[in-house]
Design a protein around this ligand. Structure first.
Ligand code: XIL
Length: 436
């Protein structure tokens, strides 16, 4: 296994805000988006600060301005494109508060590449829905926001043309390689951090396997999806107990991206210690034990980072957060960087002021943890308004209200908790250098 220093050079985190803004400003030159689609600060990232504050903007600084680490959110193109007042408020909050975005579903395989094309393993642009994520990329450039890539290989959201064809494992391997090559190269100048593989593990930390209809208690997702398989079609590449498809996915991403790119394994339920976190640790060790060549001819271990989705709830006690931090250290001790990739804090409905106070503490504690841990290089919310968010949509009337802005884009207590958590007390100037 290749030994790595505990804190390798990290391109995204070492990039200063000024550099990030310059990068975004350079991208602006390539924009062709109608101004109506952009945030009120349309024109240049530098002009963002000059934009009039929203009438409903919370008192104090914006989230993106309290830390040098990227603070991000998932974004939906169909909301971004809305021409009504809701769309305008969505765009304004997005532009003002966040320094990073991740397309919520627009880069997923079935949405981005719904067509097999003439040669499924050698896709061309016509096989892709390239217009789908474009409004998000354009708005991000206008707002000076980095873009995170989610996701290249997942057991969900695969297109019908894959699921309904009896491809052999070898054919699927070539299709996966072709998709990764096209997608990473297509967006290489915009996206340098990718969730290469998402959610490959079962709750017990082993690779996914089909639900056993005779033992539905084996996994909560079996209960929701009946007897449907929750294994990944990509596991056919090497057999269901084989990590080959994961290793090959990372190798393909490595090969098509420069050495500066950051390749992540991303999952939920690995925040606290336990069998699934152990399984993820085992998985990233396997990836660290292998190297691959980058598009610019360098040799790198196959993985750079671990993404903790962090779909949390108001049951999250301070002890859970402490456990999360200790567990995170097991990964960063391997030399990995880490990101909180999909933070939300669900509430059992109805919402009460007391529950919102607990939610505030959880947002605070997770924000503070990432702000304090050097190896935590970004923190992203999975949506920023209760109006548009998967938790409330998935459990209507039961569970939801999981974000920091309410349905009218007014800041909830959680917003202020999160901002306070991200805001570290100013360190003393050191006498010798005068620098922090
Ligand atoms: C979810 C989206 O938020 C939903 O809108 C969509 O219907 C399903 O996918 N983990 C992930 C995300 O990695 O991609 C999921 O996003 C939420 C759970």
């Amino acid at each position: 296994m290749t030994q790595r220093s505990p804190h390798p050079t990290r391109t995204p985190s070492t990039r200063t805000r000024g550099q990030r803004a310059a990068r975004a400003a350079a991208l602006l030159a390539t924009l062709s988006l109608p101004l109506a689609l952009l945030a009120p600060a349309a024109g240049a990232s530098a002009s963002r600060a000059a934009a009039p504050a929203a009438d409903s903007a919370p008192e104090g600084p914006r989230l993106r301005d309290v830390t040098d680490k990227p603070v991000g959110t998932a974004v939906r193109e169909e909301v971004l494109r809305r021409t009504d007042d809701i769309g305008a408020r969505y765009r304004q909050t997005l532009a003002e508060e966040f320094s990073m975005v991740v397309p919520e579903s627009e880069l997923k395989f079935n949405r981005l590449r719904p067509r097999a094309g003439a040669e499924p393993a050698r896709p061309v642009a016509a096989d892709y829905n390239l217009t789908l994520p474009q409004p998000i990329l354009d708005a991000a450039a206008a707002n000076g926001q980095e873009v995170r890539g989610h996701t290249l290989v997942w057991y969900r959201t695969n297109p019908a043309w894959i699921l309904n064809t009896a491809y052999t494992g070898d054919q699927l391997l070539e299709i996966m390689r072709g998709h990764i090559a096209f997608t990473t190269r297509r967006y290489a100048d915009r996206i340098d951090t990718w969730d290469v593989v998402n959610e490959a593990l079962d709750a017990d930390g082993t690779l996914r396997e089909p639900c056993n209809p005779d033992a539905p208690a084996a996994g909560a997702e079996c209960g929701r999806s009946g007897a449907l398989s929750k294994a990944s079609v990509w596991q056919r590449i090497g057999g269901s107990e084989d990590y080959t498809h994961i290793i090959e996915a990372f190798r393909a991403a490595r090969k098509n991206l420069p050495a500066s790119a950051k390749l992540y394994y991303n999952d939920f339920g690995i925040e606290r210690s336990g069998p699934k976190a152990d399984g993820a640790l085992d998985l990233v060790k396997r990836l660290l034990a292998e190297t691959g060549e980058t598009s610019d001819g360098q040799t790198r271990p196959l993985v750079d980072g671990i993404g903790f989705q962090a779909h949390l709830g108001v049951d999250w006690t301070p002890a859970y957060v402490a456990d999360f931090r200790a567990n995170m250290k097991r990964f960063t001790d391997l030399g990995l960087e880490t990101q909180i990739t999909e933070l939300d804090v669900g509430v059992d409905l109805p919402v009460t002021p007391a529950k919102l106070e607990v939610q505030k503490r959880v947002f605070h504690d997770i924000g503070r943890m990432c702000a304090e841990e050097e190896a935590c290089t970004a923190i992203l919310l999975w949506g920023f308004s209760d109006r548009f968010q998967w938790i409330g949509e998935g459990w209507p009337g039961q569970y939801g209200a999981a974000t920091v802005f309410d349905e009218e884009f007014a800041a909830k207590p959680g917003y202020f908790g999160f901002r306070d958590g991200l805001t570290l007390p100013t360190p003393l100037l050191t006498a010798s250098t005068g620098r922090r």
